[in-house]
Design a protein around this ligand. Structure first.
Ligand code: ADE
Length: 236
């Protein structure tokens, strides 16, 4: 097992590794920097129809995944580590949480479908609920992929040396400044000549740093007043 392992409890094991099998995370998977194991919850259903869900007590729309079947699937995992249930009502994933989860050795992520899972299995096994944002997906699998991606890129050996995490968005409560590359002068399809901000080609590192900070501040103020207020309050 690698140094960062994820057990996935899902009705759609073929959704993994999905995009995590490509690009940097895919290379890291090949190098065994991280590993995963998908467990098909349906394999733990004993009924002839292999059903995993039932109608909700108290009535209402949709179906609920059964606690007993999820528990059997969970107990088939010898080393469960931190248990997470992907759910829009969970604590919202952010960069701090991604770093914290990247520091764990083993995670077990439960991906729900239908209206959700029987609350009792979450209570019985102390699942932490994590949301990836204020919108509702049709299942937890894409959310698990996003959570895992945010962690994998923080594992050592994944990104190479030319990234400095403190310059990234969110690392200091600011969003990232804009980037430019060659050609320095570019005419867009409307005939507008677009020149790279002169300061970036000046070679004056102190001024460049100052310009980038100002840009980060402007973008944060404009797009994320919540982050901006936090930044202002915590700025030394
Ligand atoms: N499952 C459905 N919607 C979700 C969300 N926003 N975050 C995490 N899991 C989910």
């Amino acid at each position: 097992m690698s140094n960062w392992h994820v057990n996935l409890l899902t009705l759609f094991p073929e959704m993994f590794p999905g995009t995590l099998g490509m690009s940097l995370s895919g290379k890291a998977l090949d190098k065994d920097i991280w590993s995963y194991n998908s467990i098909n919850i349906r394999d733990f259903s004993s009924g002839v129809h292999k059903s995993v869900d039932d109608t909700p007590f108290g009535g209402g729309a949709g179906m609920v995944m059964r606690a007993d079947i999820i528990e059997s699937a969970l107990l088939s995992i010898p080393n469960q580590g931190r248990k997470i249930y992907m759910s829009p009502r969970g604590k919202t994933l952010n960069q701090n949480m991604a770093q914290e989860l990247a520091n764990e050795k083993v995670l077990t992520i439960l991906c729900g479908r239908y209206e959700g899972v029987d609350q009792r299995v979450l209570d019985a096994h102390n699942f932490e609920e994590v949301s990836i944002g204020d919108y509702v997906l049709s299942g937890g699998e894409p959310a698990a992929i996003i959570l895992m991606d945010s962690c994998i890129r923080l594992l050592s050996g994944v990104m190479g040396n030319n990234t400095t995490p403190d310059e990234e968005s969110f690392s200091n409560d600011l969003l990232e400044y804009p980037h430019y590359t060659k050609p320095a002068k570019w005419v867009d399809s409307n005939g507008v000549e677009r020149i790279v901000p002169q300061i970036l080609t000046s070679g004056h590192h102190k001024n460049i740093e100052k310009w980038r900070l100002e840009q980060s501040e402007d973008i944060t103020k404009r797009n994320r007043p919540d982050l901006w207020h936090k930044y202002i309050a915590e700025k030394p």
